[in-house]
Design a protein around this ligand. Structure first.
Ligand SMILES: *[C@@H]1O[C@H](CO)[C@@H](O)[C@H](O)[C@H]1NC(C)=O
Ligand SMILES: *[C@@H]1O[C@H](CO)[C@@H](O)[C@H](O)[C@H]1NC(C)=O
Ligand SMILES: *[C@@H]1O[C@H](CO)[C@@H](O)[C@H](O)[C@H]1NC(C)=O
Ligand SMILES: *[C@@H]1O[C@H](CO)[C@@H](O)[C@H](O)[C@H]1NC(C)=O
Ligand SMILES: *[C@@H]1O[C@H](CO)[C@@H](O)[C@H](O)[C@H]1NC(C)=O
Ligand SMILES: *[C@@H]1O[C@H](CO)[C@@H](O)[C@H](O)[C@H]1NC(C)=O
Ligand SMILES: *[C@@H]1O[C@H](CO)[C@@H](O)[C@H](O)[C@H]1NC(C)=O
Length: 203
């Protein structure tokens, strides 16, 4: 083997390693999507409004904020199932509400509010639990990922006016890690295809 052939082989190897490294980095960065941030902005339990003296009014008003913080990934929401519980665990369900599915562009946030009439349970304490379950698909560079389940919840405490005690929004959380990777098969194919083209052009 001549020295020239040696050098071109080495060049090829270096380029190959560099290209695969870049491709891996690009893949890793572009396929990362974070779940939307869901938070309760307002929560009024009219039965607990001591000024109103309306203990028989079984209405909860809620304002839910859904925030897509991804820079360049849209989110397709399936129907969002909200369940309201009395207390801190799931032993006493008082009502549920379904929000219709929709598409949310990148870097957008939206509010969904409504009045839920809950089953007539006597409300004496002031702590509630709100659970949100849905499935989302991410839109990554025009491709849709598979459905990914989201199950988050929060505890909400209300004051003597029947209003959420905390001034700021209450974030709904799960036990799972915040960042997860989602695969868009079409995108994966595109990246593999184009890096193959790059390799072929080097050869
Ligand atoms: C509580 O009731 C009073 C009297 O009806 C009303 O003015 C007030 O807006 C209510 N508060 C909430 C948070 O609904
Ligand atoms: C609340 O309403 C009940 C009947 O609806 C009445 O008997 C009671 O006096 C009222 N209490 C106050 C503080 O207004
Ligand atoms: C319960 O309270 C809400 C808010 O004040 C009101 O819009 C609704 O009409 C009340 N419902 C009943 C049955 O009184
Ligand atoms: C749920 O919480 C209530 C008090 O709010 C408690 O009495 C009950 O035992 C709890 N149930 C479970 C399954 O932890
Ligand atoms: C909540 O949804 C379940 C079905 O998932 C239904 O059986 C139940 O009646 C609903 N409860 C209320 C209070 O809407
Ligand atoms: C919920 O009830 C409040 C008070 O009655 C009302 O102002 C508001 O428009 C209602 N919201 C919806 C989405 O029905
Ligand atoms: C939401 O509720 C509907 C109707 O009960 C059900 O078909 C769907 O699977 C639920 N979604 C999730 C993510 O649990």
């Amino acid at each position: 083997m001549s020295r020239g052939a040696d050098r071109s082989c080495c060049n090829f190897c270096c380029t190959f390693l560099f290209t695969s490294g870049l491709t891996a980095l690009f893949l890793w960065l572009s396929l990362r999507a974070s779940n939307p941030t869901c938070s309760i902005q307002q929560f009024d339990v009219h039965a607990l409004n001591k000024t109103a003296n309306a203990t028989s009014n079984h209405t909860i008003y809620f304002d839910l904020k859904l925030d897509n913080k991804n820079k360049d990934k849209g989110i397709y929401y399936d129907a969002l199932n909200l369940t309201f519980y009395y207390g801190t665990n799931k032993s006493q369900r008082i009502g549920n509400f379904t929000i219709k599915g929709f598409y949310q562009g990148h870097h957008k946030n939206t509010h969904r509010e409504n009045n839920v009439t809950f089953d007539a349970v006597s409300v004496s304490g002031s702590v509630f639990r709100v659970d949100l379950e849905t499935k989302v698909r991410f839109k990554i560079m025009g491709f849709k990922t598979k459905r990914h389940r989201i199950a988050v919840w929060a505890q909400v405490e209300v004051n003597d006016n029947g209003q959420k005690k905390k001034k700021k929004g209450i974030k709904l959380k799960s036990g799972a890690p915040e960042f997860q990777r989602y695969r868009a098969r079409g995108l994966l194919f595109l990246v593999v295809f184009s890096s193959t083209l790059v390799l072929l052009s080097i050869l």
